[in-house]
Write a protein that binds this ligand. Structure first.
Ligand code: DON
Length: 550
């Protein structure tokens, strides 16, 4: 009897493999590229390389070869889980003084525009690493769709052109950028075909030579000369020394679900663990919207405070990760939360309604074997630094702004930090990118989004919605709210709460700022392990997005 029971239980528990594959990304051409590579015998990791590289071509305002990314992988054959850290690094000659104006205050122009804002790219090395260690196909095959599209060109959508318009003035400063993205100095009209033969050549070089094709030889010299002649401080050694890091993800349990997310140099996993550990002490689904929101906001406030205080590059600073992610620590924080009164954050700097849209790109993939890949990649702000070194075909990132360049002074996302996130030669700026797996007994979700500091709270809301039983189609579309400790404001998308709910939150002491902007571009896939059924969905906020099961 016992044996029979055991057999029945183990048969019932055996996961049904996905019948198909699922890919959700920020662009239909990138999703197609992923399927093309799966069709050639590739796995989810080859598809991740194809999707990532194609996004670099078709969505250069969000991510690219001149940027970096964090890639969360889970291999079905042995359950191996890893975060491939292809985050950018500060050049050796980094000097905080370069980011200050004559008055000693931060000079945002230097941290978000042009050569000084650009950190050493990690994306190329990330793609090379994933293909070599996890893929089945040669890099040449996985990069083929991106190379083809870069050369043949494609017609950019409205979002691309609108975002180009937002950065036009900076792009116009640099001849290489103007030549690539502008037509006679103007934003191109709809219908324009965007070709990038230089980028095709760079990708080919990477396909043939691996890291040496980007971080050495002719391209490295071109990049260093271009950055230095524009006023930057890169050296050949900076490029030569760039290294991908494999890191153990942050993994923890939440009410019977296993959450796996990004570890430092991202703050995402630690903050998610802290927030969900706090929230695990409440019956969230029994609460009304106002109280549920209040408790989530109080968890967000506490996690973002710790983000500012403790987190940075793990290769350079010691961090109390075990404490921050422990249930005991969360219990202490939970005890400090009043059931219906806001805890004020100490300071109230002005509210920054910073553009936190879709400039960064997240994709999620599940293949037929059940391999999982979640990648969030970025050039930071729209079109990164705006600097294209002539002859390269891609924009350099402005990731230097993710450092706490001046202690306590907010960056472009209003985030503050201290010396733990100070720029040091070769160090990685603290990120919020949070590629995440949500693993339950019956269902697995893979999700993530762009959105700067709001990435982590969007992912939190996505995780809770998935656990509540929502499909990717539903959860990517949910209205969002966010709190990041400072400024001490709940930012909410219009329509997320009724006027009465906003009043009730205000009565608890919360300041609520309803924004006309919508934020995020979530791409999520899921796998029901009892049926093998897959879902894929792309955020309706991003028109070019594409979630496909095939
Ligand atoms: O790594 C980070 O946290 C930021 N560089 C991400 C930027 C971003 O999401 C911009 N998007 N809207």
């Amino acid at each position: 009897m016992w044996l029979l029971g055991f057999l029945v239980a183990s048969v019932a528990a055996a996961p049904v493999k996905p019948q198909q594959a699922a890919i959700a990304s920020a662009h239909v051409l990138a999703t197609q590229a992923g399927f093309e590579v799966l069709g050639k015998g590739g796995n989810a990791f080859d598809a991740a390389v194809a999707v990532a590289a194609t996004l670099a071509v078709v969505e250069p305002q969000s991510s690219g070869i001149g940027g970096g990314g964090l890639f969360l992988l889970q291999r079905a054959s042995d359950g191996h889980e890893v975060m491939v850290d292809a985050r950018e690094t500060a050049p050796a000659a980094v000097r905080v003084a370069d980011y200050l104006g004559a008055d000693g205050r931060p000079d945002r122009n230097h941290s978000i525009n042009g050569p000084l804002s650009a950190a050493i790219p990690g994306e190329p090395a990330g793609l090379v690493w994933i293909a070599a260690h996890y893929g089945k196909l040669p890099l040449k095959t996985s990069l083929a769709p991106a190379i083809r599209i870069a050369r043949a060109g494609f017609k950019p959508d409205r979002r691309f052109l609108d975002e180009l318009a937002m950065r036009k003035d900076v792009l116009a400063r640099y001849p290489g950028s103007a030549a690539l993205y502008l037509v006679n100095g103007q934003v191109p009209k709809p219908g324009w075909t965007f070709r990038s033969p230089d980028l095709a050549r760079v990708l080919e070089r990477i396909a043939e030579q691996g890291n040496a094709g980007f971080y050495g030889g002719e391209l490295a010299r071109t990049l260093v000369d271009g950055v230095r002649s524009a006023g930057g401080n890169w050296t050949l050694a900076d490029l030569e020394h760039y290294e991908v890091k494999e890191r153990a993800p942050i993994a923890f349990d939440y009410r019977g679900w296993r959450i796996v997310s990004a570890s430092p140099p991202s703050s995402g996993g630690v903050a998610l663990a802290e927030m969900l550990n706090i929230l695990s002490g409440y019956e969230l689904d029994r609460l009304d919207t106002v109280h549920r929101t209040h408790l989530m906001v109080e968890a967000m406030r506490r996690a973002y405070r710790d983000r500012a205080e403790y987190l940075g590059d793990p290769d350079f600073v010691a961090m109390p990760i075990a404490r921050l992610t422990s249930l005991d620590y969360a219990a202490g924080l939970r005890a400090s939360i009043h059931p219906d009164k806001a805890t004020p954050s100490e300071l109230l700097p002005p509210y920054l309604d910073a553009a936190q849209g879709s400039h960064t790109s997240h994709f999620s993939i599940i293949d037929r074997d059940g391999n999982l890949a979640a990648g969030t990649q970025t050039v930071n702000l729209i079109f990164g630094s705006g600097l294209v070194v002539p002859g390269t075909g891609f924009v350099l990132n402005d990731e230097m702004d993710d450092f706490a360049l001046v202690v306590g002074k907010p960056n472009a996302f209003g985030l503050v930090g201290n010396e733990r996130n100070a720029p040091r030669p070769g160090s990685r700026p603290l990120s919020s990118m949070s590629p995440t797996f949500v693993i339950g007994p019956d269902r697995i979700g893979v999700l993530g989004t762009p959105g700067g500091s709001r990435i982590i709270t969007m992912v939190l809301e996505g995780i809770l919605a998935f656990i509540d039983g929502q499909t990717p189609e539903q959860l990517v579309a949910n209205p969002r709210f966010h709190h990041q400790y400072l400024p001490d404001v709940i930012a909410v998308e219009k329509g997320a709460f009724t006027p009465a709910q906003i009043k009730a939150l205000e009565a608890m002491g919360h300041q609520v700022h309803e924004s006309d902007r919508r934020w995020g571009f979530m791409n999520a896939v899921s796998w029901d392990r009892t049926t093998g059924k897959l879902h894929a969905a792309s955020d309706p906020r991003g028109a070019s997005g594409s979630g496909v099961v095939r």
